[in-house]
Write a protein that binds this ligand. Structure first.
Ligand SMILES: NC(=O)c1ccc[n+]([C@@H]2O[C@H](COP(=O)([O-])OP(=O)(O)OC[C@H]3O[C@@H](n4cnc5c(N)ncnc54)[C@H](OP(=O)(O)O)[C@@H]3O)[C@@H](O)[C@H]2O)c1
Length: 217
């Protein structure tokens, strides 16, 4: 089965490119379907474009590579389709003010992960992942030696198995930060396990292991 990528902007296009390079089929959707179609044509036979509904229906895992506000609309609108799917959430609770400064869009202590997980139907398998690096670093860091880590957070074993496969296919090392309660640790702007928390550094597994030691991850 394919992985649906809903949103083909900075994160969605980088994830799609890496997954296809790793042999994973993807089905791409966007608000403007011509953008999904154009990316699918660039990526070749493992990629196709579809509507959001058809992309979700034709996949066993769905990456919602859209802003948190968009996710709070798309998930309830497609809730029936998400039962039994692995739902992968890269969102960060960030916005930008009039002067371009990054702002936090949720109260301190509330993670985007807890918001998104709370929107899902019973039977969906939630995991926070693919948002722990800035988009440029994500695009540039696949297949490094040593491999760059992508942290994930989930309480769900099926979701953990799927995200570990996808992260490896994308050319990274998966590392569990914890359950959904730990999602805030891997989110910008203030998560200690987000790239910003490492002062912009893209870390490998030794650094990830020491950063999560003692946290029960
Ligand atoms: N950018 C980063 O460095 C970064 C890093 C980590 C995590 N993230 C997170 O990743 C997510 C995506 O960020 P991004 O930078 O990739 O955003 P982006 O470049 O603005 O792309 C957003 C995508 O969402 C699509 N979209 C918007 N409304 C939609 C709808 N109703 N149905 C389907 N698709 C819709 C857009 O489609 P169109 O192209 O047709 O408009 C676009 O492809 C955000 O939650 C962000 O917090 C971003």
């Amino acid at each position: 089965m394919a992985t649906a990528i809903v949103g083909v902007g900075n994160i969605g296009s980088a994830v799609s490119r890496h997954l296809v390079a790793g042999g994973e089929p993807v089905v791409l959707a966007a608000k403007d379907q011509s953008r999904a179609q154009a990316l699918a044509e660039q990526l070749g036979p493992l990629a196709r474009a579809a509507s959001v509904e058809d992309a979700i229906s034709g996949a066993d895992a769905v990456v919602f590579a859209v802003w948190l506000d968009t996710m709070t609309e798309l998930i309830p609108a497609n809730a029936d389709l998400l039962t039994d799917k692995v739902v992968i959430d890269p969102s960060n609770p960030i916005g930008f003010d009039a002067s371009g400064q990054m702002t936090r869009t949720l109260p301190d202590g509330e993670s985007a992960g807890s918001v998104v997980a709370g929107l899902l139907p019973a039977g969906a398998h939630y995991v926070k992942a693919f948002g722990t690096l800035g988009a440029d670093a994500l695009a540039a860091s696949a297949h490094r030696n040593p491999l760059a880590v992508l942290f994930y957070a989930t309480d769900d074993e099926a979701a953990a198995t799927t995200i570990e496969r996808l992260i490896r296919a994308a050319g990274f090392e998966p590392w569990k930060a914890g359950g959904v309660a730990a999602a805030g640790r891997i989110e910008a702007p203030s998560g200690d396990l987000h790239q910003y928390g490492f002062n912009g550094e893209v870390v490998d597994i030794d650094r990830a292991r020491s950063a999560t030691a003692g946290s029960g991850a």
